[in-house]
Design a protein around this ligand. Structure first.
Ligand SMILES: Cc1ncc(C[n+]2csc(CCOP(=O)(O)OP(=O)(O)O)c2C)c(N)n1
Ligand SMILES: [Mg+2]
Length: 619
């Protein structure tokens, strides 16, 4: 580190929101300036630069010490810049969180075998979330005659890519620097092409550390990464438009979409031109203004609310814009068989469905398929329907109507519920532009309207608890300097699994507010134990055993301070919420990372609780 740690990086110092500069940090010294590529790993590093990869989140390991040296001493630790992480799962989660905002892959590097093993949960999360990440790993030397005793043998696997092959789009183990360059270009191209996903390139230690025999001919990387044409056929567009036009009660289910404002406006125009009810969900990023009169009830985390269910039951045409689990939602709303409504699906996700993981979900009925992304299909549909797009500039964020007149939100008197946390936080941020980088399972979507595609970037994707903190740091990295206040609300279980992501955020001056919805429990699973107990007529009072994280209570504020972040709390009364959030927000706005520990009562929203306990009545 070359800069005094006391100097906070000012917000707004970045050239662009998508590639904020961390330029002053971790600069190498004594670079010669005439550093010609001389080693295999220099070619790999130069390719990362040619691909304009801004950052490489990593935890170090000897298996890629060659590449490590090339990034520091050949590239000067720029494009990509290293982001040191304290766990490989966090390194990949940061890259995942970055992609959630930018829609583009950054890189992560993990040590042979052990590092990749640690990274697997985050790779699976990124896979299920269809987010691009370029993961570099290492092995070997593959040539056994060149291995050092013991350590090089445990660092070598016959087929390391096999660990992650079933939940990556592609992997490779190139055998020469030229092949490594090609592998990286292909990996980057595949990762960023929809359906997007993580890719893994495994670099032989010997390849990295060997001198370059002869110079490699330069290439123009852009020529090897053509845009993949996604436009659906005009006949299918016409057919889909005719079905939509004939609808009297159309419903749009909006799932995986980009963070682009133009595409957001186009979806609004489509819904308005069809007068379609719209359903979105909180597993994914904001897709449609949730306070729009056509939005059917507040978006849910895991369960569909009553207004959304009612809209679907009344629908005569259902348009799915890459909804993640169409068969599942049909099963919930139409238990007696598939919907009678015509179903139009926009998705090309089926192109990467394979056998190992079943994140492809059930097979839904589909009357017309537009095999492309929603961002691509919607303008075509608008054209065929003769509808035009108004330039909806989203209204400035504002506190919910109920709060506008009152200085302080209405909060519980005796208990501190998650809804109190959300209401108070919403009131404390006021009119600031906020990005929710993560929300807890206990989140109440009715308390926080989403009015811009960057208002919320979605969950961890694969259900892997512990994704929240790393994802949040990656999202905050991508938004550093954008003027947006980045907030993650994490469960205490989620936060504890990967809280050391804080250190990376503090070290690289990435402002972020994490609020811990601390119910001192893996509460989700208390509800599961309650369900089982009810079915078996056993005492539900015991549901907490093996679930509660108390005695001792964890001091989250101290945990934050130990890593250089600002720590607040525990907040135990609703009356303390506004003041504490105000202080924490001020700290983040001056460049800090802040954590607020809020001791909430265990509990989920009524809709989610009912869904989780459903079916427990004794038959
Ligand atoms: C890696 C991983 N381990 C275990 C689980 C099972 N699980 C699902 S939710 C949950 C509880 C999470 O606790 P917390 O983040 O505190 O949220 P809460 O339910 O208490 O609001 C657990 C253990 C999981 N999904 N992922
Ligand atoms: Mg909890």
């Amino acid at each position: 580190m070359t800069t005094a740690r006391t100097k906070a990086a000012p917000i707004g110092d970045a050239a662009t929101a998508a590639h904020p500069s961390l330029a002053e940090l971790d600069r190498p010294v004594n670079l010669t300036g005439e550093n010609a590529p001389g080693w295999g790993s220099d070619v790999v590093a130069a390719t990362l630069r040619d691909l304009a990869i801004p950052y490489i989140a990593l935890n170090p390991g000897a298996s890629y010490r060659g590449l490590h040296d090339s990034i520091v001493n050949y590239l000067g630790n720029q494009t990509p810049q290293m982001l040191l992480c304290l766990h490989e799962e966090i390194a990949v989660a940061i890259a995942h969180g970055y992609a959630k905002v930018t829609g583009k892959a950054m890189a992560a590097a993990v040590h042979s075998n052990v590092g990749l093993f640690h990274a697997t949960m985050a790779i699976f999360n990124a896979w299920c979330d269809r987010m691009p990440v370029v993961i570099l790993g290492a092995t070997g030397p593959v040539d056994a005659a060149k291995r050092r005793p013991w350590i090089d043998w445990i660092h070598t696997a016959r087929d390391q890519g096999a660990i992650v092959r079933d939940y990556t789009k592609w992997d490779d183990q190139p055998a020469s620097p030229a092949a490594a360059r090609e592998a990286l270009i292909r990996a980057h191209w595949l990762a960023n092409t929809a359906p997007m996903g993580p890719v893994y390139i495994n670099l032989d230690a010997e390849l990295q550390e060997a001198r370059l025999g002869e110079p490699i001919r330069p290439i123009q990387v852009e020529r090897y990464m053509p845009g993949a044409a996604l436009a659906p056929s005009p006949e299918l567009i016409a057919e889909a438009a005719a079905v939509l036009k004939s609808a009297r009660h159309p419903v749009m289910l909006i799932g995986r979409v980009s963070r682009g404002l133009q595409a957001w406006n186009e979806r609004v125009a489509l819904a308005e031109s069809l007068n379609a009810k719209v359903i979105t969900e909180l597993k994914l990023g904001a897709a449609f203004p949730t306070d729009h009169p056509l939005h059917a009830g507040p978006p849910g985390t895991t369960a569909l609310g009553p207004q959304a269910q009612e809209a679907l039951r009344a629908a005569d045409v259902i348009l799915s814009l890459d909804w993640v689990d169409l068969a599942g939602i049909f099963k919930t709303v139409f238990p007696d068989g598939p919907p009678k409504a015509k179903v139009v699906v926009v998705s090309n996700d089926f192109r990467i469905h394979r056998g190992w993981s079943m994140d492809y979900q059930g097979l839904p009925p589909c009357d017309v398929l537009l095999a492309t992304t929603p961002d691509e299909a919607v303008p075509h549909l608008l054209g065929a329907l003769g509808a035009s797009v108004k330039s909806h500039t989203p209204a400035a964020p504002r506190p919910p109507a109920a709060l506008e007149s009152a200085a302080a939100p209405e909060l519980s008197k005796d208990k501190l519920l998650v809804a109190d946390l959300v209401r108070a936080l919403r009131a404390a941020v006021g009119t600031r532009e906020v990005t929710l980088a993560h929300i807890s399972l206990s989140w109440d979507g009715s308390c926080w309207p989403l009015t811009h595609p960057l208002d919320y970037v979605g969950s961890e994707g694969g259900g892997g608890v512990g994704g929240g903190p790393g994802n949040a740091v990656g999202t905050a990295l991508a938004l550093k300097g954008s003027g947006r206040l980045v907030i993650a609300v994490c469960g205490d279980g989620d936060f504890m699994m990967s809280n050391s992501a804080l250190w990376t955020a503090v070290h690289y001056r990435i402002p972020l507010l994490i609020v811990v919805a601390n119910n001192r429990s893996f509460f989700n699973d208390e509800l599961h134990q309650e369900r089982v107990a009810r079915i078996r007529s056993r005492p539900v009072e015991n549901r907490w055993i093996g679930q509660r994280i108390s005695e001792p209570d964890i001091d989250f504020a101290a945990l934050a301070r130990s890593q250089g972040a600002q720590g607040y709390g525990p907040v135990t009364r609703t009356s303390e919420l506004m003041k504490t959030f105000g202080e924490a927000i001020a700290a983040v706005e001056s460049g800090a990372v802040a954590v607020v520990d809020v001791r909430v009562e265990p509990g989920y929203t009524a809709v989610v609780t009912a869904a989780m306990l459903r079916g427990t009545e004794k038959k």
